[in-house]
Design a protein around this ligand. Structure first.
Ligand code: AHR
Length: 499
């Protein structure tokens, strides 16, 4: 089949904020311990951090990193994670039924962020805790000195403040599984009061209030409206979380997951703008899409859960999804969806980073490797700069059970001065597509790089035995008189750099 794309650089969507390429590190499974931190590993420094993982995180190109959870944060006491290591308590982590040793805490994690070149986005516990502990943590992290907690930070080895400027007000407080789960009314009030108190200490902070844990939550929509009605003036972002998986072999719907993400974003923006309109406010609330990925939750449900009063393992293997080429093509589609909404999605965090539903995997004492999803993220993070630009698409439709008829091609472009990029997902599973991309409005255009993620075996993946089985492949292109021509294989995702 054929498809025609038209890219007019005047059709700008909005500026791409670097925070869009954020990540998420939770104390969960082998994410921290035996993931980023493994003293004794051949590549570990004196600090215990694996340098092979540091290199991969740098290559991935994650900007801000959300920490320390996730569900974990809702029962976490930050004080446990600072001070002399030998005095730190071992604690129960009820969210993942594990033992938290607190050998990596705020200071160590900040040091690791310096190694990987990322910024910290910190979540406060609004599950078992509240306003008092949130402002204490802020005093510890952001006050230069002269008070009990800021001096404690200095005594613990960090003279300069951590200067955390972006804060999550709890995590997934709409979810019954969350420790301290609340109604929208109760949570909205608590979130507003917490943000207000923290702003009294530092009025430059940015706050993310919890939106829905997914668009299929029974309270979706109303949760956002009620929470924002309480917290509109105090917060800057509302969060979205979404995970996708192939269900019952329905690959067509799975490949169209970006359609669902598009609708999710648009509904939350409309709801936030509705609350703003009712209040007569000029302020706009943006989205922090602070958990997104492919995640085989159904497989996780079938795994025997860790349970038992005497069974609290340290760093068990949890949520170690192995991603296929199909998963990565869907994942690339989600990146396109985020970029298509760059005007209102100004922050996002890929959930997660190492070992737990992650683009990077590690073997204790052994190698670290890139999962299939690593490639679209690192390419988009490197190439998608400046502004997002709308792409008009005329392509064959694909029928899906979940989303009806959807275009077989999804695409977005970006532009930063003379550099530009085009990202395309081909959702068709049978035939290649001949793409004609009309770039005549761009003036002189040349292709600087072009690659495609595709495989004859859509289930192909990288793992311990074959860590480099899947990667990006070179993509042939031609440009004549402003018309870019390229053939995309079925079930593929492509990135094209232009100048
Ligand atoms: O990312 C894994 C988990 O998914 C997070 O801890 C939680 O916030 C979400 O339900």
């Amino acid at each position: 089949s054929t498809a025609r794309l038209t890219v007019d650089p005047a059709s700008t969507i909005g500026a791409i904020r670097r925070r869009l390429f954020g990540g998420f590190v939770e104390h969960l499974g082998r994410h921290i311990y035996d993931g980023i931190f493994e003293p004794g590993h051949p590549t570990a420094g004196e600090d215990g951090f694996r340098r092979d993982v540091v290199e991969l995180v740098r290559e991935l190109g994650v900007s801000t990193i959300r920490y320390p959870g996730g569900n974990f944060v809702s029962a976490f006491k930050w004080e446990d994670s600072v001070g002399p290591r030998e005095q730190r308590p071992r604690r129960l982590d009820p969210a993942w039924h594990s033992t938290e040793t607190n050998q990596v805490g705020l200071h160590e994690f900040a040091d690791w962020l310096d190694l990987v070149g990322s910024d910290l986005m910190l979540a406060v516990n609004l599950g078992t805790r509240g306003i008092a502990e949130a402002i204490e943590l802020l005093e510890y992290t952001n006050i230069p000195g002269g008070t009990e907690l800021s001096e404690r930070r200095r005594a613990n080895g960090r003279d300069e403040p951590f200067a955390v400027d972006m804060w999550c007000l709890g995590n997934e407080m709409d979810g019954p599984w969350q420790v301290g789960h609340r109604s929208a009314d109760d949570y909205g009030k608590l979130a507003a009061q917490t943000a207000r108190a923290m702003s009294l200490i530092d009025d430059s902070l940015k706050f993310v209030v919890c939106g829905s844990s997914s668009a299929s939550m029974p309270t979706f929509g109303e949760w956002e409206r009620v929470v924002l009605t309480h917290a509109y003036d105090e917060v800057d972002y509302i969060s979205c979380h979404a995970y996708y998986e192939e269900k019952d072999g329905d690959v067509a719907s799975f490949l169209a997951s970006g359609v669902d993400m598009d609708r999710f974003i648009e509904v939350v923006v409309a709801t936030a703008d509705h609350v703003g309109a009712v209040r007569g406010s000029d302020k706009k609330i943006d989205i922090s899409f602070d958990e997104w990925n492919v995640w085989y939750q159904s497989r996780f449900e079938n795994v025997e859960k860790i349970q038992g009063i005497d069974n609290w393992p340290v760093a068990p293997r949890l949520l170690e999804d192995r991603y296929s080429v199909t998963d990565a093509v869907v994942f690339g589609g989600l990146l396109i969806s985020l970029l298509k909404h760059a005007d209102r999605v100004s922050s996002a965090s890929l959930a997660q980073l190492v070992n737990a539903i992650a683009p990077i995997m590690t073997e204790p004492g052994g190698i670290a490797w890139r999962q299939t999803t690593f490639f679209p993220f690192s390419l988009a993070s490197r190439l998608a700069r400046g502004e997002a630009v709308r792409v008009a698409v005329a392509s064959e439709p694909v029928e899906t059970a979940r989303y009806g008829s959807v275009p077989s091609i999804d695409a977005v472009a970006t532009r930063d001065g003379s550099a530009a990029a085009l990202f395309v997902q081909h959702r068709g599973t049978a035939e290649p597509v001949e793409l004609e991309v009309d770039l005549s409005a761009w003036g002189e255009v040349a292709v600087t790089e072009a690659s495609v993620l595709w495989d004859e075996d859509r289930h192909a993946a990288n793992d311990l035995e074959t860590p480099e089985r899947v990667g990006m492949r070179p993509l042939g292109t031609s440009v004549v008189d402003g018309m870019l021509r390229v053939t995309l294989p079925p079930l593929s995702w492509a990135a094209i750099g232009l100048s």
